[in-house]
Design a protein. Structure first.
Length: 234
């Protein structure tokens, strides 16, 4: 059995595993327990009453957090001509075509968080799918990262756009804030996450749609929240 560190064990003493915390109380508690010597991320695990094995119950999408993620997103764009210029103006960190593909192929370089490509570049980008795919970096039309509107997507990514997808157990895992955020900022971001999931509720999903919601910081145990605030958003 894995042994937790002293900070985790100390934080765990403050959490009642049998209690469902109100939104404000839960956020206040998770913030107070983030005492590591780095800016801990604050994550949510949202259990949805869906069966991802059925195509009509697959919940996936993206959202732009009101206060960002508190982390700079490194964006690479495969584009040429006018679209390359637009990507650079929008703040993309790396923009190119064959030069980037060669660097990724020859050096196995993947020091970026998100890759975007214009549709006319996908024939070339597909050749490095074996490298990008396993790392979750392959541009995908469903996530909006294959598009000619590179200016919009780059700006959204830089502003804190987050992608999510329900796992096999029907759970959405998402990092939505940092411990350095104010309680109000953490609350706003979590409400945006939950509100987005509410809007994406499949018509075939049974009630209650939100079964469990827990939040935690990098070094703290999970805090179970009362899902009442989430049900009100449906």
């Amino acid at each position: 059995m894995a042994r937790h560190g002293k900070k985790y064990r100390d934080a765990n003493k403050n959490v009642d595993p049998a209690k469902l915390y109100g939104l404000e109380e839960g956020i206040s508690l998770v913030k107070s327990m983030a005492k590591a010597n780095f800016d801990e991320s604050i994550d949510a695990a949202v259990n949805l009453n869906v069966n991802p094995r059925h195509a009509d119950q697959m919940v996936r999408g993206s959202l732009v957090l009101p206060h960002g993620r508190g982390k700079q997103t490194t964006v690479l764009v495969f584009a040429k001509g006018e679209h390359a210029s637009q990507a650079e103006a929008a703040g993309a960190d790396y923009v190119g075509t064959d030069n980037l593909i060669s660097r990724i192929t020859e050096d196995n370089w993947t020091e970026f968080d998100v890759a975007v490509a214009t549709p006319d570049m996908m024939g070339q980008v597909g050749r490095i799918g074996r490298i990008l795919g396993p790392r979750g970096l392959m541009p995908n039309p469903k996530s909006g990262t294959v598009t000619f509107d590179v200016e919009k997507i780059v700006k959204e990514l830089k502003a804190g756009r987050v992608e999510f997808r329900v796992d096999k157990a029907g759970i959405i895992h998402i990092s939505f804030a940092r411990a350095s955020f104010s309680e109000e900022q953490i609350t706003d971001n979590l409400k945006e996450v939950v509100g987005t999931l509410a809007r994406l509720r499949p018509a075939s999903a049974k009630a209650p749609y939100f079964q469990k919601i827990s939040i935690s910081s990098t070094m703290s145990p999970g805090i179970k929240l009362d899902t009442g605030f989430a049900r009100e958003m449906i």
